[in-house]
Structure formats: C-alpha cells, structure tokens
Write a protein that binds this ligand. Structure first.
Ligand SMILES: [Ca+2]
Length: 193
C-alpha cells in the first residue's frame, strides 16, 4: 500500500477514532442531534454571549469568526454551508487532515478562536481555572477538566506549570487530532473521552 503516507496500526487507529468522536460529540454537535450544522455554532455563540456578556470581546469575536470557521469546515468536508456534517463525514475529514501536509484552514481558525475563548483574563496564558470554566460550557465535568489539565500542563523539563501559552496549546491540539500514541499529553486537551 505505497500510497498510504503514514500507515498506522489498528490500535492507534482506534485511539484516534475515539478522540475524533469525542471532539464531534462534545465540541461540535452541541445540541447532540448526531450531526454538526450551523445551528450548533449558533448555539455556541449564544452560550458565549450568556456567560461572557454580549459586549465582551470574546462574544463579538465569536460572531465574527465562527461563521468563517463554519464556512471553512464545510468546505473541508466538501459540503455547502447549509448542509450538515455527519460523524462519517467528520471521521473521513479528520483522517484526511492527519495525512495531509497542509494544516486545514478551519483548524487554524478554530484553534486560534479556542485559545482566545479559553484565555478569559487576556494575559495570553490559559490557567486551570479558565480551562475548567470554558470546558464547562461544552458540558465537560469540572473534575474531569481538573484531572486533564494536570496531564498536559507541564514545561519542557517535565515540571507542572500553572498555565499554558499559545504555542503549547497549538502543539497539544495537533497531538489530540493526529497522535496515535497513548502517552501523548495532547490526548487530554479536550477532556476525558
Ligand atoms: Ca447538532
């Protein structure tokens, strides 16, 4: 199978699929009707408006950025903006993104937005309290978030740190979506799965 650029074994595949399914159900299909559609993003904008205030920078950014992210996401799946994304579409796209040399446009935009959303205080760092609070918007239980934060919040020397910066966040995000290694700290970035 020479055309498979990065062949992975069955066990790795299973881990990746579980992570991708978790991202789909927890972070994208917010109304849990089994498909991702614009309505889910609309719901997220509403939640951000309620919890952070309709005059907050992060809410205004959500209104500006999320329609663009939705456009890029549907494009990556090969759909129109008024169509829906099924779990099968999503898994296929995640696998295609993993083996593609170029980072998908929607991922870059989404990860930038997520970091902004997480960094409530605006100091360009995400601490545990901010992480726990924002994952709570997506229904991740507090204890799970506290546990997960300690699994990835450490520095290059392996020492636990109080907060992570954008660069670390991006590395962890990439690990979440592309690593088949059970020991990757990024596996914990989006809560327990
Ligand atoms: Ca949905």
């Amino acid at each position: 199978m020479a055309y498979l650029r990065q062949p992975i074994d069955i066990e790795m595949n299973e881990l990746l699929v579980r992570k991708w399914q978790h991202a789909f159900t927890t972070f994208f299909d917010l109304d849990q009707n089994g498909i991702i559609e614009w309505n889910d993003f609309k719901g997220l904008i509403e939640v951000i408006g309620e919890v952070r205030g309709r005059k907050s920078d992060v809410y205004l950014t959500a209104r500006l950025c999320l329609p663009d992210i939705w456009e890029k996401l549907t494009e990556a799946v090969g759909k129109e903006e008024d169509e829906t994304i099924s779990m099968a579409d999503w898994l296929k796209m995640c696998e295609a993104s993993r083996t593609s040399a170029k980072e998908p446009a929607w991922q870059k935009a989404y990860v930038d937005y997520m970091f902004k959303l997480l960094d409530e205080s605006g100091d360009k760092l995400v601490d545990q309290a901010e992480y726990v609070q924002v994952l709570g918007y997506f229904g991740v239980p507090r204890n799970d978030s506290i546990h997960c934060f300690d699994q990835f919040a450490f520095n290059a020397r392996g020492q636990l740190v109080n907060s992570i910066d954008y660069k670390r966040f991006v590395t962890l995000w990439k690990e979440f979506f592309t690593s088949g290694d059970r020991r990757s700290p990024g596996n914990f970035l989006l809560g327990k799965f």
